[in-house]
Design a binder for this molecule. Structure first.
Ligand code: IPM
Ligand code: MG
Length: 361
């Protein structure tokens, strides 16, 4: 099969981790007889440095012409990097928000899994983490507060900032459908998270989710307020299967969920539209402090490449091969610094990539 992939190495550790993911994809291609064609585009700070903007129209066109996009990470140190002296619409993050909107990637899937092999990394007490957990956050990605109208004005000498949070029922319905569809393939439970005791947008969210749920009688639906959900994630994470939520709540809760696994360097994500097209990226950021030092953990990006094979190309066997190679490397006792524990062998980014490749061949 011919796979046309646009890569966004991006900033910070991005280029290193994408290189390792490509190595793993190439090993899969060789073993299973596929042809991977990569085209790199610039985004974020890397694009600012060359083009003065975090995302160009040409880059968007290149991404659109591919079957899928594999991304590393974007952004720099917000206190020291010159990128953050620019107006907000020209900063690295604007590139990421821009490509999500341009490609209509409204559904963001963020699995948070406690790997048996990394149980020690979980910061929760053993009686809470139990026998591990496996949840998926389905975050709405192109609406809500992050895409509403915003402005900062001065009224009578007082500075005032406004952000608007808007959702229409169609935006809610399409993400709810994705959430229920995926729950059906998992443990058949959806926890819809909102702030319906305060926000109108949340009351509409809840009403539309209820409507969609009628088509999924086999899936259990519960509603949870976002503040309670933040608490429940550390109190009893095993209760969750699919968490369905709007853009900002999903941004915050997915960081929390990844932290309770203790290994954010392991967590992949997929951003999908209505077709098979998707953008795949690790859940973590660009870690500028360790960039270029061969210290980053490439596993989240490698697992994102696996999600890409599964969701955009229907190559389940190939995706399974990557997932089990990753598990095998962990079982064999190799760790990058972020997930290091006693008795294991510490390796760098490149070596981790090599070890995974060896287990695919
Ligand atoms: C994420 C990031 C982005 C977001 C930022 C970089 C704009 O935090 O993917 O979670 O908030 O969506
Ligand atoms: Mg975030």
């Amino acid at each position: 099969m011919e796979l046309k992939i646009t890569c966004i190495p991006g900033d910070g550790i991005g280029p290193e981790i994408v290189t390792e993911a490509k190595k793993v994809l190439d090993a899969v291609a060789e073993k299973y007889g596929h042809d991977m064609q990569y085209t790199d585009i610039l985004m974020g700070g890397a694009s600012i440095d060359v083009h003065g903007v975090p995302l160009t129209d040409e880059a968007v066109e290149t991404a659109k012409s591919a079957d899928a996009v594999l991304m590393g990470s974007i952004g720099g140190d917000t206190t020291t990097s010159p990128w953050y002296k620019l107006p907000p619409n020209l900063r690295p993050e604007a590139g990421l928000l821009g490509i999500r909107k341009a490609l209509n990637l409204f559904a963001n899937l963020r699995p948070a899994v406690l790997y048996e092999e990394l149980a020690q990394a979980c910061p929760l007490k053993q009686e809470i983490s139990g026998n591990g957990f496996d949840m998926l956050i389905m975050r709405e990605l192109t609406g809500g507060l992050y895409f509403g109208e915003r402005k900062t004005v001065e009224e009578n000498g007082v500075r005032k900032a406004v952000d608007t949070l808007t959702y229409d029922e169609n935006e809610i319905r399409r993400i709810a459908v994705k959430g229920f569809d995926i729950a059906r393939k998992r443990r058949k439970k959806v926890t819809s998270v909102d702030k319906a005791n305060v926000l109108d947008s949340s009351r509409l969210w809840r009403a539309v989710v209820e409507e969609v749920a009628k088509d999924y009688p086999d899936v259990t639906l519960e509603h949870m307020l976002v503040d309670n959900c933040a608490m429940q994630l550390v109190k009893d994470p095993t209760q969750f299967d699919v968490i369905l939520t709007e853009n900002m709540f999903g941004d915050i809760l997915s960081d929390e969920a990844s932290m309770v696994t203790g290994s954010i360097g392991m967590l992949a994500s997929a951003s999908l539209n209505d077709t098979r097209f998707g953008l795949y990226e690790p859940s973590h950021g660009s870690a500028p402090d360790i960039a270029g030092k061969d210290m980053a953990n490439p596993i989240a990006t490698i697992l994102s490449a696996s999600m890409m094979l599964r969701y955009s190309f229907d190559l389940d066997k190939e995706a399974d091969a990557i997932d089990s190679a990753v598990k095998q490397v962990l079982r064999d006792g190799y760790r990058t610094g972020d997930i290091m524990s006693e008795g294991c062998e510490k390796v760098g980014c490149k070596k981790m990539g090599d070890l995974i490749v060896e287990r695919i061949k």
